[in-house]
Write a protein that binds this ligand. Sequence first.
Ligand code: MYA
Length: 637
Amino acid sequence: MVVYLKRKLIIIPEKCRTTVAFSTHGVRLSQAQAKTEAPKPDRMNKTPPESKSYAVNMFRGNVVPEQCFPYPDVLSPDQHETLEMLVSPTEKFFAEVNDPAKNDALEKVPDDIMENLKEMGAFGLQVPTELNGVGLNNTQYARLVEVVGANDLGIGITLGAHQSIGFKGILISGNPEQKKKYLPDVATGTKIAAFCLTEPGSGSDAASIKSRAVLSSDGTHYILNGSKIWISNGGIAEIMTVFAQTPVKDPKTGVTKDKVTAFIVERAFGGVSHSKPERKMGIKASNTAEVYYEDVKIPVENVLGEVGEGFKVAMNILNNGRFGMGAALSGTMRSAILKASDFAANRLQFGRKIETFGAIQEKIARMAIKHYVTESIAYMVAGNMDRGFTDYQVEAAISKIYASEAAWWVVDEAIQVMGGMGFMKDAGLERVLRDLRIFRIFEGTNDILRLFIALTGIQYVGAHLRQLQAAFKNPAGNIGVIFGEASKRAFKSVGLGGGKSKALEPHVHSSLSTQAEYASEAVELIGQAVEAILMKHGKNIIEEQFVLNRLAEAVIDTYAMAVVLSRASRSIERKLDSVDHEILMTKVFCNEAIGRVRSNINGMKASSSIENYKIMSQISQTICKTGGVAHVNPLGI
Ligand code: MYA
């Protein structure tokens, strides 16, 4: 792995080089090929993959509204009614039966609580009803998960590790026999599931796992050996989605290479054992353990997806589950804001309620705005998944990053508003803060996901620029492509073509027109910045993480702007009771976000910023070489 993400680069020949192009699912060349080959006619005519993802298209400077405007509205009246019937008993259960502080102290979800959750159907929320599940769609699931997140994140992880990722592979990639065999038991919680990817030597670099499964000589089963660490539900799971290297012969070259394959492993196969539960900072009620596999015999019919395609299976499961985190943490924030605002509205200091002080007002307003953004993104992603869109991975990553950072900030500030009271265990916030810390780390660290966002978008741009470059080799045959691009650029340079800054005007309510202009401007800035960094860095862009991080930041803010504008516009249209409040939050968020976007875009190119990145790199290297802080104590002793 070069720098975390091994994107394969294609260099466009120098003489017509405007930028570099990257491999994509649809367009793929080795570096050597790209350097030497003239584009072949069929490749010239090949249309690069088209995505309708709002976030991905921002990298080309395009507003593609389909997956953002109007705000999704996917529930039928029946689905709405089902959800209503589920939400209130779930809230009642958490308010009256479950005790999160007790679970935290016990470092376990007590057996009676587990049984209650099973009876409520909480272990199979998205499994079809004919396979013993509740049959919810993603939007309905998000709403219930929000209730869980509002009350007990330890239970949230037990449930989430089980269904959000543990058996999700069977649900989305399993064949009918696998679904029929495994889903009924996991849906009822009779058998608990786990997702087993991470290994001692393989965290963020998921493709580098060492566990290995070899086909038996009679071809009936695989023999799995290896170990996994930090597996949520690892000590209690009966059914595991396990990723392991398997030897795979390339049909074209005949060369055999190890490639990742996904397996459904039953503890009952034998050879599966686990460590005692890990002692953790938070989410203590959830079980986390190492899992060991020793000559585990896995029947060939338990391969999940295709042999050698396990990395994609893993990524799809993770992409598919990420919105759940956004929804759960939106619930967590809602609870924290309730506590902080209740305290602020009652606490007297200096003869006044502290809610009347600007210092407290700013905190509470920002907490609410971050919650509004988190919630809006989570339901946008869930809604788009329910509408059948499949290119939501960048948005899902944005949801996870935004939610985990916003929740941390909100709960930390809630403690600050409550002062000494917030620091006390009885306030119930210190546990939540401990629970929250892992959310920026697991399911893809936020750092890795930022790079994933930036590089996925750049890859998309690269494919389109490559088509343009190929078209210039045969201008006569590609007049449409060239003219389309040339006119787009010409319009852009003189601010015409509908004016990019007006691109969102038709989709956003007129009372938010200034903010819509900011959101459109941000898209345009991103498009220009991506072209500029590709021209400047070429294939080395993957090494420019200081720059990529700033690009990802700009993308996150710009996507969030569009989402809240979409939601607020719908609230205006529907004349919701909270509409005025929503407009105010949307205005503040967008007014501030455009400033951050401009600053991050500037930070991708300003020479003073670039100089600082070089210096920071040097500082870090010195510290790591020294083995800690490199400057001496001011006292010299
Ligand atoms: S589970 C462990 C979580 N671990 C991770 O998330 C691992 C993070 N690492 C990665 O995601 C990947 O290794 C990265 C890829 C991104 C670094 N979608 O050369 P590449 C394709 C689709 O860039 P790498 C846990 O924490 C890519 O296009 N495709 O790969 C438990 C390329 O395709 P092609 C993707 O350099 C937590 C190919 O793969 C994606 O190795 C418990 C190779 O790409 C993607 N995302 O780096 C949580 N990425 O070859 C409980 C790559 O065709 C849940 N590709 O060009 C809590 C839920 C909340 C509560 C719920 C309550 C009920």
